[in-house]
Design a binder for this molecule. Structure first.
Ligand code: DGL
Length: 265
């Protein structure tokens, strides 16, 4: 039961999902893999993303993981179906929170920031098609933010300049709900909220995916109900500095310094 849950992303963005998972599932252990050497996944082909995802899931299964959370919208869009066919353990994916945003909008205008790969995916098309008669979706590929996050830059003039550029059309269109459709973007939430202003609510998928993971663990009878001091392990395919900084910011690490092992898979 105390086997870990594997969580991965193209980089450090999935830590925003891991944070929600650790809170929703306090008795579970987690292993996180940041595939930073191959980031960004956004411009990659589907078959490349399937190959990267398979390598990471093989690694996580070797580490005895009992379930996998793909904490990356782009990898989910490209690979979740293939991964579910290939592996027996439960695999939970993630998609932009378009549904809650469309249900909450009062102006009828919803903005979505994500990667080109996520916008191309079937999940996104199916969900947005459901609301297209009632809500206008304004899609924006937020190029450059992931690269800044991977370098550990979350605020300052370059970040503000980029976010202002992406938010300008949202303001023009009277958007009142902004979906962060990439797990890296909540790392910029402070600047995004400042620039978006009070009239725009910001929604990400972290809490919803944590809830879904709990349901899947319960359905598969693999939820750890015994009390357990949560253990977290971190691996990266390149660099550790940005990951460690985010860990220190997002997680209560107490006296413990985060340990990140560099792997080549
Ligand atoms: N965090 C990933 C996502 O949610 C980043 C995508 C990328 O690597 O381009 O989509």
């Amino acid at each position: 039961m105390d086997k870990p849950i594997g969580v991965f992303d193209s980089g450090i963005g999935g830590l925003t999902v891991l944070k929600e998972l650790t809170e929703m599932l306090p008795h579970e252990n987690f292993i996180y893999v940041a595939d930073s050497i191959n980031a960004p996944y956004g411009p990659r082909t589907r078959s490349e993303i399937i190959k990267f995802s398979s390598r990471i899931i093989d690694f996580l299964i070797q580490k005895s993981c009992k379930a996998i959370v793909i904490a990356c919208n782009t990898a989910t869009a490209a690979a979740v179906h293939d991964m579910r066919r290939k592996y027996k353990i439960p695999i939970i994916g993630l998609e932009p929170a378009v549904k809650p945003a469309c249900l909450a909008t009062k102006t009828g205008h919803v903005g979505v920031l994500a990667t080109a790969g996520t916008f191309r995916g079937n999940h996104f098309k199916t969900t947005s098609d459901k609301y297209k008669d009632y809500v206008a979706l304004h899609l924006q590929v937020a190029k450059g933010l992931l690269e800044l996050a991977e370098k550990g830059v979350f605020k300052g003039p370059i970040v503000e300049e980029l976010i202002s550029r992406y938010m300008a059309p949202m303001h023009d269109k009277n958007v009142d709900q902004l979906v962060l459709g990439c797990t890296h973007y909540p790392l910029f939430k402070e600047v995004i909220s400042d620039i978006a202003g009070e009239q725009i609510s910001i929604i990400d998928s972290g809490e919803a995916v944590a809830r879904r993971t709990k349901d899947v663990l319960m359905t598969n009878k693999i939820l750890n109900t015994e009390s357990n001091v949560q253990k977290l392990r971190f691996y990266s395919t390149m660099g550790e500095v940005a990951l460690k900084n985010v860990l220190l910011n997002l997680f209560e690490m107490g006296q413990n310094k985060p340990v990140v092992e560099i792997i080549s898979i």
